[in-house]
Design a protein. Structure first.
Length: 191
């Protein structure tokens, strides 16, 4: 009986030794773990250096949009953009488009609504080789309607002066700007 137990133990030991002998060394090393953030926003699509053109019903160029990086989220039908640069054309005055640049942006509703954030700078060259400028930290743009809105502080600079306020509604096509509160302005008198 003793001999039988000893033989069985010897056979089992030899079997374990042979299994370990044929195993790769990686099996015995501890796995390398890397820490990743718990929840990364997962986009459904990524695009680099995009150049988008949107045309109106008549087939005329409505606006162009360039970005360094774009991420698409299908669930909310939303595009997130880095360093967007947008040119909004006016059918009535195609030689004087509004140009807009910012650090970040989001496009909603198939391009009907564009939210620009972070050092938003918009400008339009005038007929007199001057420039109309608009600066804010946030701007909501409806390019099809040529309407811009902001709830943040806005600074408008024209050749005739400077106007600042909090909150704005603007019709870019008609060049009508309405500052909503805390409005201050400096106007230069023409000689």
């Amino acid at each position: 009986m003793r001999r039988l137990i000893f033989t069985a133990a010897l056979l089992i030991s030899c079997g374990v030794f042979l299994l370990l002998w044929d195993s790769p060394p990686e099996k015995f090393l501890s796995p390398i773990t890397t820490k990743t953030p718990d929840k990364l926003p997962e986009a459904d699509g990524y695009m680099l250096d995009t150049d988008t053109k949107k045309y109106n019903q008549e087939g005329l160029l409505n606006y162009t949009l360039k970005t360094s990086e774009t991420r698409y989220f299908k669930r909310r039908d939303r595009f997130e953009m880095d360093t967007p640069e947008m040119v909004v054309f006016d059918i009535k005055n195609p030689l004087r488009p509004w140009q807009v640049a910012s650090r970040n942006g989001e496009v909603f509703q198939g391009g009907e609504k564009v939210l620009l954030t972070g050092d938003v700078y918009a400008w339009q060259n005038t007929n007199f080789n001057a420039r109309n400028e608009l600066r804010s930290q946030q701007l909501v743009l409806f390019p099809d309607k040529h309407v811009a809105e902001s709830k943040k502080h806005v600074l408008i600079t024209t050749p005739d002066g400077q106007t600042a306020g909090t909150g704005m509604w603007a019709n870019l096509q008609q060049e009508r700007f309405k500052l909503l509160k805390k409005v201050k302005g400096i106007h230069r008198a023409k000689p």
